[in-house]
Design a protein around this ligand. Structure first.
Ligand code: E4P
Length: 216
């Protein structure tokens, strides 16, 4: 499973890239609003850090506007992926862009039919938001299972990009189900590598190293 990081913070992206496990980046207008500076400049800087796909979201709500914005965003770097919201206008834009060979990420997916439509429109990635569904007592991981099954049933190439992740366990579940990508917030990315027994085990080993030093 690919690991993307879900942030527009250059510091956090650099930190994740330094781990050597980072396959891509997703951003959205809310994440960009937390940073300072021009969005285009932020995308440019992100693409300097990461070779993999970097999702940049359009802000137009109409099909023509989305396609126009996509043209501008694509000029930033070859690895920019155009993020399009799951709306009727968005589906039209996905179709147009996929015909032109542009990589896209259909965002704000909350049910399996939306994911099926995104794939039929030619989206490269479909982003179901598991955390936001769980927040309203839905079942985010069941949605991932449904989408993966449907895509397998029909041999659809669209990659399932698990989004709105809140917990390390969700990354494990997404991998068990066979989702292609998890986009992970920086905090969860750090949590993924830790376990209390690892910390206790390491502390014991280090204490024993000290004991051995004192032996001579
Ligand atoms: C995905 O691309 C979105 O940026 C993101 O995962 C949304 O997550 P949130 O529900 O934590 O805002």
């Amino acid at each position: 499973m690919k690991f993307f990081i879900d942030t527009a913070s250059l510091t956090e992206i650099q930190e994740a890239a330094d781990l050597g496990l980072l396959d891509g980046v997703t951003t959205n207008p809310s994440l960009l609003a937390k940073e300072t500076g021009d969005s285009m400049e932020i995308f440019r800087e992100i693409c300097k850090i990461v070779d993999g796909p970097v999702s940049a979201e359009v802000t137009a709500l109409d099909h023509e506007g989305m396609v126009r914005e996509a043209e501008i965003l694509r000029k930033i770097a070859d690895n920019i992926v155009i993020k399009i919201p799951m709306t009727l206008e968005g589906l039209k834009a996905l179709k147009t862009l996929s015909r032109e060979g542009v990589e896209t990420n259909c965002t704000l997916i909350f049910n399996a039919t939306q994911a099926l439509m995104a794939a039929k429109a030619g989206a490269t990635y479909a982003s179901p938001f598991v955390g936001r569904l769980d927040d309203i007592s839905g079942n985010g991981m069941y949605l991932i299972e449904q989408i993966c099954t449907i895509y397998r049933n029909y041999g659809l190439d669209t990659q399932v990009l698990v989004a709105s992740i809140r917990l390390p366990e969700q990354v494990t579940q997404a991998a068990m189900i066979g989702a292609h990508v998890s986009t992970i917030p920086p905090k969860v990315m750090r949590q993924l590598a830790s376990h209390p027994l690892t910390d206790i085990g390491l502390a014991t080993f280090m204490a024993d190293v000290e004991k051995m030093k004192n032996r001579t």
